[in-house]
Each structure stands twice: as C-alpha cells, then as structure tokens.
Design a protein around this ligand. Structure first.
Ligand code: SD4
Length: 291
C-alpha cells in the first residue's frame, strides 16, 4: 500500500529526526531501531531547549529527562526523572529489552545506565539553558506558556512496509517544573501508545493535561472502534478540554497513525506542527486546532 512505510514526528525538529529514522529503516528494516535512532538526533541537538541534557532545567536548575519507547507487539520501556544520561531513549529501550520491568525512575534509572555502560555526563547547563534559567530566577514564576520553546517534546511514530509499528517519545519536560515532576512522555498510554492491530499515537504539550485523559491510549482505543486518526485526535482534544480548567493557558497536541498508514493530528491551540517522511518525501504539516 502506498501509505507504508511512513514516519511521523512532532514539531519542526521532527524533520531531521525523521530523516535519520528513514535512513535507519531503509538500511536495517527495523522500525524500532528507526524510532530510537531518529529521536536521538533531537536528544543531541544543542539548539533544542526541551529535549536532551541541553534542555531547560527544573526550578532547582537541574535537568531531568523522561523518555519512552513502544513496539506494536505491546513491549515497552521507559525512564523518567533521570539525570546525566544523554540518550534516555536508548536507556528506555534497554529497560524494554533487558529488564523484566517497564519503567525505571530517577537514581535507579541512572544506576542502570551506569551498569549498562552508558556514559554519565557532567551535570552542567548548556549556555543557552543557563542564561534562560538565570533570567527565570529573577521572578521564579512557574507558568506553563503556550507554544514556546518549553513545548517541544519529540514524539515519533512509524510503520514499516509489513505493518509493524513502533514509537518513541523523549523530553526534558516542562521548564522550571518542580524537582521530581514527571510528565506524560514516559508514561505508556499518556505520551505514547502503539498497537500493531490498530495504530499508534503520541502527544506533546502540558503533560498533566495529557496524563489525565490517558491521551495516547484513548486515541488508539478510538481508532480500534473505527475512528480515523484525525477523528480520534480531535476527540482526545475535546476530552482534554473538558477535563482541564484554564484551557486558554494549556497547549496539547496529538499525532496518530493507523495500521493502514493513515494519519491525523490535532491540538488545543494553533501552532502545533508535525513532520512526515515517506521515501525521501519530507514535509512539515500544520496541525488544525480547536481554538
Ligand atoms: C511534558 N509533554 O513533560 C511534555 C512537554 C512537552 O512539548 O511536550 N513539550 O509535559
């Protein structure tokens, strides 16, 4: 079918990530390798302030990362509140493949990384993040702001030509969050969900609002009942709006793909976009939004 294989990911940085994912998919044929390697590009991108160790810190000035990975057969792994690990997505994959667990948190996740031979990075803010943090400290206000650089998690979902799907999601979370705060991205069913029988979904935006409605799982379950990816994303946004007060200050966006390679996206407010890659044909698409 014309729609497969296909790689999709959130935001502008999805373009470069998709390029890498496509290259890996072509050379290995492995969709899990593709979604892992793809988002590693974003984790290493020094200009990105919301993914990877160069991201904006929490209130205490510490960068803590969240990531998850899931395969269409139901296997999944994640890490949250982890420090000093450059590629949390690879650590999440290790949890999936080499432990009896799904999720490792904080110091336990870091210890597992050490045990697995991951390099442990120096705990130092990137110059951009350090500057932003100094500015933030002047007022020390915690207010999530719509569609600026603190909403740029990468979520990637893909399907190979045989219909095998996988997804990945990685973030430094909300800037200036409370120390210990975990968002939707590492929570299976919130920031990411994949089922080969139906489809895949990923989320970006205010994690708290997404966790409350089990956003990605909701979308996959709606698709299971016959909704298109677009309809399912719109319904999830509707649900999110009904369950969250102060929606004028909340941004969230969803991206979904079904097993036929049809896709859709929808957000609360304008500004959300996603990258699509199919056989070298790459585009950046603006999502529609409720408001
Ligand atoms: C979080 N969902 O930690 C993430 C933040 C995000 O685009 O998506 N930014 O809540």
């Amino acid at each position: 079918e014309a729609q497969k294989p296909l790689i999709l990911s959130t935001w502008n940085h999805g373009m470069a990530a998709n390029d890498k994912a496509w290259e890996v998919l072509e050379s290995t044929g492995n969709i899990v390798d593709a979604v892992e390697q793809g988002v590693k590009v974003t984790e290493s991108d020094l200009s990105n302030l919301s993914v990877g160790l160069q991201g904006l810190p929490d209130r205490e000035g510490i960068v803590t990362l969240d990531a998850s990975i899931m395969k269409g057969d139901g296997s999944c792994g994640s890490v949250c509140f982890v420090r000093q690990v450059k590629h949390p997505i690879t650590l999440a994959r290790k949890v999936m493949e080499d432990t009896p667990h799904v999720m490792l948190a904080g110091e336990g996740a870091r210890q597992f990384a050490i045990q697995e031979g991951f390099p442990i990075e120096k705990e130092e803010l990137s110059p951009k993040a350090a500057k932003a943090y100094e500015n933030w400290k002047v007022k020390s206000e915690y207010k999530p702001i719509i569609n600026i650089e603190n909403h740029d998690t990468i979520g990637m979902i893909g399907i190979d030509e045989n219909g095998n799907m996988a997804g990945s999601c990685t973030t430094s979370g909300l800037s200036y969050k409370m120390h210990g705060r975990v968002g939707d991205s590492p929570i299976i069913g919130a920031g990411l969900y994949v089922d080969n029988e139906v489809g895949a979904a990923t989320a970006t935006g205010l994690g708290e609002s997404i966790i409350k409605i089990c956003g990605s799982f909701l979308i996959v379950e709606l698709m299971r009942q016959g909704w298109s990816p677009q309809e399912a994303c719109e319904e999830a946004v509707k649900r999110l709006i009904s369950k969250n007060k102060g929606i004028e200050n909340i941004q969230a966006g969803f991206l979904a793909l079904n097993k036929d390679g049809e896709y859709g996206a929808y957000a609360v407010h304008p500004g959300f976009n996603f990258a699509r890659h199919q056989r070298g044909d790459q585009s950046l698409i603006d999502s529609k939004s409720k408001f």
